[in-house]
Design a protein around this ligand. Structure first.
Ligand SMILES: Nc1ncnc2c1ncn2[C@@H]1O[C@H](COP(=O)(O)OP(=O)(O)OP(=O)(O)O)[C@@H](O)[C@H]1O
Length: 255
């Protein structure tokens, strides 16, 4: 879906920076996520994707800069902002000794879903993530693909407008990757989604728009067609988009 400038972004970040000691992990990053958009955050290892996701989800304080979720400032009103936000971290915090249903009920309570709506919220998340058949199974006994579905289900159990998914297909086998991508594509029809990946094919399959990060800075922002166009204009036609990706992330970030 193409962004409409007059509509309030689902998520807006301005001049975000994060330092670890003297290392700058995220450097003056601006980002808008529009309603109904799937935005890909791409970059090689260490580019700053996870740090950005942790800041956007309210799990890490930025050194400077601001984040608004549906117009609510994340640092000023964290509870209200997070009510509209679901987050799947790189390593999902799952309780292996709980059943899927028990865990989702716990997640719904943590997200302050009213008691009277808990059952309906859990049922909706189970159904949406294809988990009905394993609802009574212990999480510890599930395959990695199913555990990832549970991780996504806990992120959407309170029906947030914005979903942030950090490397949602990392470590999965090809069949599981396909299933999780299908799930993300379905979620993208009804939510605004940011996902991080270092796989261009994943971005092509899922994203309306991408930001490429390098050394904590945005070195490309546009849709996949624009990325292709730039690459073709560069005459870098031998190795497809991978060559463009390598070139963008090898060059020094602009000052
Ligand atoms: N807790 C930390 N303490 C110190 N440095 C950190 C910490 N977390 C991240 N960094 C550094 O910040 C930079 C960005 O890391 P980050 O994990 O955000 O990148 P990434 O793009 O998510 O990488 P990956 O794809 O490997 O997960 C890296 O140089 C990393 O070493």
């Amino acid at each position: 879906m193409s962004p409409k400038p007059d509509i309030l972004p689902s998520l807006r970040a301005r001049k975000l920076s994060r330092r670890y000691g003297t290392r700058v992990a995220v450097d003056l990053l601006d980002l808008d996520l529009h309603p109904g958009e799937v935005l890909g955050l791409l970059g090689p290892n260490g580019a700053g994707k996870s740090t950005t996701m942790q800041i956007l989800s309210g799990n890490l304080a930025p050194s400077s800069g601001s984040v608004e979720i549906c117009g609510v400032d994340l640092s000023e009103q964290p509870e209200a902002a997070k009510a509209n936000l679901g987050y799947l971290p790189e390593i999902p915090p799952l309780y292996r000794e709980l059943t899927v249903r028990e865990f989702l009920r716990l997640a719904a309570r943590q997200h302050r879903v009213p008691k009277a709506e808990l059952d309906a919220a859990v049922s909706r998340a189970l159904q949406c993530c294809g988990l009905d058949e394993v609802a009574k199974r212990l999480i510890g006994g599930l395959s990695k693909g199913y555990r990832q579905r549970v991780g996504i289900a806990q992120a959407i159990v309170h029906n947030p407008s914005v979903i942030i998914l950090d490397e949602p297909t990392a470590g999965l086998d090809p069949l599981q990757i396909r299933e999780i991508r299908e799930l993300i594509a379905t979620l993208g029809r009804t939510h605004s989604v940011i996902l991080s990946t270092h796989i261009l094919a994943e971005a092509e399959a899922l994203c309306d728009r991408v930001l490429i990060l390098h050394q904590g800075r945005v070195v490309f922002s546009g849709d996949m067609a624009e990325l292709r166009r730039q690459w073709q204009e560069d005459g870098a036609c031998e190795n497809g988009l991978e060559a463009m990706f390598v070139r963008l992330t090898r060059q020094e970030a602009p000052t």
